[in-house]
Design a protein around this ligand. Structure first.
Ligand SMILES: [Zn+2]
Length: 375
């Protein structure tokens, strides 16, 4: 059975499901909304039938586990049900198809991916393909806000798996897979100075804002584009009024690294910042939140297998790296070969003109199906 024509024949039902998922808005911070989407998804997967386990959480939407097929060994498919779009976005940016382009909040990241996985399983059932491993998927509900409530679950499921396929969007616009992702750190710097009247007792004060300015420049100098290290002082605040020497200022810092080693070195550097004005005091917190997805030989080998499958389907897959993190960072850091970017082709994730290319749905779902049935 030729898979691409098979999926092309089902284009209308695939688009219908994508629409059903997009119109069920699911911002990370709205548990009730995410739960409604998860319940709908579980209903669809159960029809296949696939076994669904709903992992209930208190503060975020429930995480959905889907299992299909049997066998001792398993392959892990990782995705997320949440989006960055607040409830009501749909009124402003409705689901819309124009020619090859379909748009809507969260369509590319990653509601089309969830639909693709459903149709891959359906193909496995209808075409009586026999996957050599049990297929276990997890769609968590808090990926867009750091996966704090799903991290443990992701790790425990990954450890039992031979490899991990991540349904995040591919590299735009050509649709390449992601074999390297930067690790992400978040740091917080608090500066304590000494308050004083700016006119009467200026010399008695220690200006926390001035000190933060010094530290901001030091932090920015830790950028090393060639090595792939970025440090961004993204938020600063401090002071109370112009006639008071400020006693307090603070900054939030985003850091990205390519290797675990870079991560520990950079963390050490940030923690060893010393005040320029000895009358001020620095308090530093935070650290690397997502480890980097490093392109190990195992990951490179998994990509080569995917590229071969792609060629059999008539598509030429590229690979690449990205500065953004995903749940794949966690699984790769555990040493489980992880292939990321297996979502649908499109562009502009997290932007108002987010879209998928409808004409390339069939080839990507075919690729996913082939990967799931890989020996
Ligand atoms: Zn995503």
């Amino acid at each position: 059975m030729k898979l691409i024509p098979y999926f092309r024949n089902q284009q209308d039902s695939i688009m219908k499901l994508i629409e059903e998922l997009v119109v069920r808005e699911s911002p990370s911070d709205n548990k009730a909304a995410v739960d409604r989407l998860v319940e709908f998804l579980a209903g669809r997967f159960e029809e296949l039938p696939a076994k669904c386990v709903v992992h209930r959480t208190k503060n975020f939407g429930n995480h959905l586990q889907v299992e299909y097929g049997g066998g001792k060994r398993q392959v892990f498919v990782l995705g997320h049900s949440d989006t960055v779009w607040p409830l009501g976005t749909l009124k402003r940016i409705p689901f819309k198809v124009q020619g090859r382009i379909a748009g809507g909040p969260g369509i590319f990241d990653m509601k089309a991916s969830l639909a693709a996985f459903y149709f891959a399983l359906k193909a496995i059932r209808d075409l009586k393909l026999s996957p050599p491993r049990r297929i276990v998927a997890l769609f968590d509900s808090d990926e867009e806000v750091g996966s704090h409530s799903s991290r443990k679950l992701i790790a425990s499921m990954a450890k039992k798996s031979d490899h991990v396929f991540v349904l995040e969007p591919p590299i735009s616009p050509h649709g390449g897979l992601k074999t390297e992702r930067k690790g992400v750190g978040v740091f917080h710097l608090k500066v304590y100075g000494v308050a004083a009247h700016a006119g009467i007792a200026h010399e008695a004060g220690a200006n926390a804002v001035e000190e933060l300015a010094h530290q901001t420049l030091r932090l920015q100098r830790m950028n090393n584009r060639r090595e792939g290290i970025t440090v961004n002082v993204g938020v600063v605040q401090g002071g109370t009024r112009s006639n008071v020497v400020p006693a307090y200022a603070e900054a939030e810092i985003d850091a990205r690294i390519r290797s675990t080693h870079q991560g520990s070195e950079l963390t050490k550097k940030i923690y060893s910042l010393k005040p320029v004005n000895p009358l001020t005091r620095l308090e530093i917190s935070g650290g690397i939140n997502r480890p980097p997805l490093e392109r190990t030989p195992q990951i490179a080998a998994l990509f080569r297998r995917a590229r071969l499958l792609g060629r059999e389907l008539g598509i030429e897959l590229k690979e690449g790296s990205t500065g953004g993190g995903s749940d794949g960072n966690f699984t790769a850091a555990l040493g489980v070969p992880t292939l990321d970017g297996l979502g649908m082709v499109g562009d502009n994730a997290h932007a108002v003109d987010e879209y998928i290319d409808v004409s390339r749905l069939a080839e990507r779902i075919a690729l996913l199906t082939r990967l799931l049935t890989l020996n």
